[in-house]
Design a protein around this ligand. Sequence first.
Ligand SMILES: [Zn+2]
Length: 269
Amino acid sequence: MAQPARDFTEKLEMVKSLLTASTMSVAFTGAGVSTLSGIPDFRSSKGVYSSKWQGYDVEEVLSISFFRRRPDLFYRWGNEFMYQLEQSTPSIIHTLLAVLEEKGYLHGLFTQNIDMLHTKAGSKKCWEIHGSAKHHSCTNCNAHYPYEQIAPIVRKGEVPHCTKCQAVIRPDIVFYGESLDASVLTRAVEMFTASKLCIVLGSSLVVQPAASLPSYALSHGAKLVIVNAQSTTYDSAAAVRFTDLAEVGEALLPWAEGLRKRTALVPSP
Ligand SMILES: [Zn+2]
């Protein structure tokens, strides 16, 4: 729903003052930020590609048991959705967050997305809680392989195999049925708990850990800003609430680019 112009401007000013006043700001991004870059929200049941793929639910294709059973089918799915990522470019939100970090106004970024677009945009203090397609490893000897080496094999319609032991290679993403990286989760809880400002972009905050991270911030008095098309359970707790990611990005990016670089007010985590 479109916001009345004055209301939008007022809310923007609030976000700007929150960002400049906060000494510890964290952001959390979900699939909505990637869809701005043309990447389908393939994990969501409400996503564009929610219909079955070759007769399988996407949740099944992305489960560890399916990958172990049918790596060939996983990589055929991946050829359509995961191994064309070099064609995607960062959206205005990816760029905005990278600029805010570079200027010293964003101290940590956690994302559910596996598409590497935050790092492509220049974000450095970025933690990918579901892993990313950047790293791959051998399911037997754990030898590491970069995306650039694996993607051409997948695009030829082949399953990548380890050059050392011939076992199947897997992407270092968190499949359904696997646990999240405990060290990343610990870092997220620490940073959200210490934050003064928490900005959620493009996530409906339904699945864990997204569903609980804002509560760590709120319980210690942090302000919450939510930018998401759909409603979330935290909307009533948000100091500022927007629905249109692109509109917010376009309004904030020129402002962020004009900010004076701030020296670190808190030690780097
Ligand atoms: Zn191997």
